[in-house]
Design a protein around this ligand. Sequence first.
Ligand SMILES: NC(=O)c1ccc[n+]([C@@H]2O[C@H](COP(=O)([O-])OP(=O)(O)OC[C@H]3O[C@@H](n4cnc5c(N)ncnc54)[C@H](OP(=O)(O)O)[C@@H]3O)[C@@H](O)[C@H]2O)c1
Length: 296
Amino acid sequence: MKILVTGNTGQVGWELVRSLQPLGQIIVAGRETADLSNPAQLRDTIQTVKPDVIVNAAAYTAVDKAESEPETANLINAQAPELLADYAAKAKALLIHYSTDYVFDGSKPGAYQETDTTCPINVYGHSKLAGELAIQAADCDYLIFRTSWVYASRGQNFVKTILRLAKEREELNIVADQTGAPTWARLIAGTTTCALKQALVERAKGGFEPGIFHLTASGETTWHGFAQMIVELAREQGASLLVGKINPIPASAYPVPAARPQNSRLALTKLEQRYAVRMPYWQDCLALCLQEFSLN
Ligand SMILES: NC(=O)c1ccc[n+]([C@@H]2O[C@H](COP(=O)([O-])OP(=O)(O)OC[C@H]3O[C@@H](n4cnc5c(N)ncnc54)[C@H](OP(=O)(O)O)[C@@H]3O)[C@@H](O)[C@H]2O)c1
């Protein structure tokens, strides 16, 4: 069983390379051998490796920069997944891919189901939705996991930013009118591993159903609530932080190039039922992840 993993230097990819080890031979295809903006090179690598499973954790994730680079975002987030899906269809391989809460506009009052109408409000969201649609159209065996607000002890993310700012400043202003579920990259990788194990059995028996699944931690918060919890848990774990006040502000007071949905909540029932998993609360994952930071 050859499992090719892209995006191995990213938050999710780095964890996947570790968690998928028991399931097969992991072939890491980083930017040097599988540049998703270089279709010819990507095709060559795939054809040479001939993987049984592709786990595509690479993506153009610079949400604000994407507003001024729509072609590049589309090439990496839509055209490359289409190429991977075409290979999967022809070679009867399985494609696992990641998408985002940003395929929705955030206007729904409750948690989004997988079947809810998509309507991205920024370039990144459009490019990720185009990737989903291309994979679905290719008629391959696929699993697409939509996740949200990803963090890890590696890579660039909100947790790292807040810990840095909390050491430098007495007061922080954080957006309090956007709601979602912070999700540890290790939870995504671990759940993917459970899902892949089951998918391999389903495929062997001929009972595999492709699909889109929402995959986040349980619970919800705002960026402001997330920041407060980061500071509280970091202090509990011995961090010495300067910050005193964390002020809630509206997103309108913190202008950025790309619009963000107000509601990023994703319903987890479909994932939990199909894979017999129970997604842990975001606070519990955050506490575990913070243990990997050098907090002093
Ligand atoms: N981060 C979030 O908050 C978030 C939220 C929802 C969904 N997602 C989705 O979850 C998945 C994993 O995200 P993540 O947070 O792990 O991303 P990440 O930490 O930003 O990592 C992105 C990875 O993609 C690679 N990459 C970028 N452009 C590439 C190219 N042209 N060719 C090959 N590799 C390329 C990067 O390689 P280099 O190190 O070489 O740049 C890196 O390994 C993505 O599909 C993302 O859209 C993320």
